[in-house]
Each structure stands twice: as structure tokens, then as C-alpha cells.
Design a binder for this molecule. Structure first.
Ligand code: GLN
Length: 187
């Protein structure tokens, strides 16, 4: 199983370490053609508008095709990129998840925080960094984790997103859930 981590910008290295810790082969994806070599992709946190600039039109289109076919997991900025509706300000999305997501939704004071939420009904540490908020989920979207009333990990088919950074906590469950999704779709 080969997992790509989009390595244009942001905290891709923490995902690489987590995936290796879980025994997956990792490819740092810097060129669109590398998408052809992988079974699943993680789009890390960073700055979603910068990702869009660095991807360019061709990269964006290639990524759009990829997320329709293969399992993809976006964290924070990656979750924003996967959405079909982005606010604050409006921005292009890959349309892989039927959600409305609001960038930088917690305001200045809560720029970064560590909170406890529930994943699969069990407590889990969540690191939020200039995090977005999922404001609407479509009927095909499953909520895998919540923080307070807010959905913070969602899944639609082969696509998963988290508004926090599971790669920065010791708990490996969120990444393991994604790897299960990849192995289910390759078997
Ligand atoms: N605020 C960033 C954005 O809007 C996301 C922050 C993150 O990925 N930690 O793209």
C-alpha cells in the first residue's frame, strides 16, 4: 500500500511520520504525475489558498480526477480543499465532499487550541490551528467525530476530512481509519 502526502506546503512531514509509524509506504507528492503511483492521498494542513496557487489549474484538475477515484484524506486546509462550498472568503474546492466549510472560523482568540472531542464515541485529543468549521453536511456525509456540537471528522465514500490535526497528537486512530479505507478499496 503506497500512500501519497501532498508535499507542496504545510505540515506534510508529520503525516509522513505517522503513516510510516503505522507501516504504510509513503510518497511525498510534489508533481502531478506522482498521483498515478499511489493508492491513497493525504492533503495536509497549511494554507488552502496557497495550495491552490501552487497547484495551478492543471494540478487542480489532476487532483480533482484523483479524488473521484482514490481514497483521500484532508486535514484542516486539506479539508477546505476537498469541500464543495467554501466560505470566508469563498474559494474553489475539489467538490469531493458535500459540505460547507468556513475558513478560520474560531476567530483570533481561539487561533490554536487543544480540545477533547469524540471519535467513534470515545474521547480523543484534537489540535486545532486556525481551523475551519463544517457548517453544513449533505445527506451522503457520515460524521465520524465531533467536538461539542460540531462535526470535525467526516467521510463521504472514499473521502475523509478532519478540521483538526490528528498527525500532531499521539492517538493514531484517525490515520488508521483512513488506512482501512485505502485497504478496503484496493482489495
Ligand atoms: N486557515 C487555513 C486555511 O484557511 C487552514 C489552517 C490549517 O491548515 N492549519 O486554509
Amino acid at each position: 500500500m503506497k500512500i501519497g502526502v501532498l508535499a507542496l506546503q504545510g505540515d506534510f512531514d508529520a503525516h509522513r511520520k505517522r503513516l510510516e509509524e503505522l507501516g504504510a509506504g509513503v510518497v511525498l507528492v510534489k508533481k502531478p504525475e506522482q498521483l498515478d503511483e499511489i493508492d491513497g492521498l493525504i492533503i495536509p494542513g497549511g494554507e488552502s489558498s496557497t495550495f491552490l496557487k501552487l497547484l495551478g489549474e492543471a494540478g487542480f484538475e489532476k487532483l480533482k480526477q484523483f479524488v473521484r477515484l482514490k481514497p483521500t484524506f484532508g486535514t484542516c486546509a486539506g479539508a477546505i480543499l476537498l469541500a464543495n462550498e467554501v466560505e470566508n472568503p469563498p474559494q474553489a474546492g475539489l467538490g469531493a465532499l458535500d459540505i460547507r466549510i468556513r475558513r478560520n472560523a474560531y476567530g483570533r482568540q481561539l487561533d490554536s487550541s487543544i480540545r477533547e472531542g469524540k471519535f467513534d464515541n470515545t474521547p480523543i485529543e484534537m489540535v486545532f490551528i486556525r481551523a475551519p468549521k463544517i457548517e453544513r453536511v449533505g445527506p451522503a456525509v457520515e460524521i465520524l467525530a465531533t467536538e461539542g456540537e460540531d462535526p470535525v471528522v467526516v467521510r463521504q465514500g472514499k473521502v475523509m476530512a478532519a478540521t483538526f490535526h490528528p498527525e500532531l497528537s499521539g492517538d493514531t486512530r484517525v490515520h488508521r481509519t483512513f488506512l482501512d479505507l485505502v485497504s478496503d478499496s484496493t482489495s
